[in-house]
Design a protein around this ligand. Sequence first.
Ligand code: SAM
Length: 351
Amino acid sequence: MSSRFSSREISDFCLYLNREYGLSFPPARYSFVENRVEPILKAFDCLTLADIAGKARKDLKLRIELLNCLTTNETWFFRHPEHFKILREHILPALLENMRESGDNRLRIWSAGCSIGAELYSILFTILEAIPDVQKLNIQLTGSDISSDAIERARAGIYAANELKLLSEKMLVKFFSKHSHNSWQVLPEYRRYCSFELLNLLASWPARSYDIIFCRNTMIYFDESNKDKIARRFFKVLEPGGYYLTSANEMLKAGAQQDFTQIFVENEIVYRKVQQTNELKLVRFKTPTDLLRALNLLKNNGFFFQLEKIPQEHNLAPRRAIYLRKRESAKVEELFALNSIKITSSRLIVK
Ligand SMILES: C[S@@+](CC[C@H](N)C(=O)[O-])C[C@H]1O[C@@H](n2cnc3c(N)ncnc32)[C@H](O)[C@@H]1O
């Protein structure tokens, strides 16, 4: 195909897209880039691709348009259904067990590169169908994408028949209302579980942690070094015991993989941040008597503990705190409460 840009111009532009947004376009996709940016040249009075790059630095509207036109937001409900089976039958039961042990009822899930939200709503419907007493959980579902058009559509939750092709009739009736002759909208009482935000995965992220991260059909936009960086960042923001699900063509290379444990399930590989066995919780007590009574209780019930010297908070405060094993700490703290032993704080430590 003949091009209106020199190969130098287009390759410089693609380098810029990679540097600024992590988007990776090899020479085979140069004509895709040209076709997609054509309307931007006209709409923003740019003569060259370098003009676009120069103006995009200052012009937010142009930047948004550029990202909207270069990203492919194709997605549908229950895309790669195996992942939702794994979520329902393996991941949720394991996380619920952890929650029972730790007493922490939060379930935090991130759909990174969520596009128009079909993935996050599919996760929500899976949870709602799988967990009967779901109201006991504090469910926090977040979807993020670099495309503002996609995020707006996700928030509206309106989908066409082709995006709903893998959804069962039962789920359609339960979770949606008819919007037009060929589209359905997620009911507001289910939309409220999901929050969607604009986020470039290569920029900084809000300080949050997650139990599960879905990042599927999105890493394909990144070159190897950015893929590696993002996977390592996913690892950091996952809770111990948390899961990372990605597409078969986006599996981790050796570098980033060493952080994760690979789990083979239902003929698929999912990644898990395996729970550290040496995770401890430091518990401080209100008075030396509380500390003494706690020690007796721990000894009598055979729980692991370790005494730790701490700076005294005031004259009557204990000079020592106790390390507990994190996985036992919920049970132990319940025991303390039953015996009216007062603690002032407890903090997770990885030793
Ligand atoms: C094909 S969709 C995948 C949607 C969904 N995860 C799925 O598997 O069906 C890829 C999404 O990644 C988003 N994306 C591309 N580069 C991104 C970046 N740097 N930061 C955040 N999202 C990005 C695109 O806007 C697009 O919506």
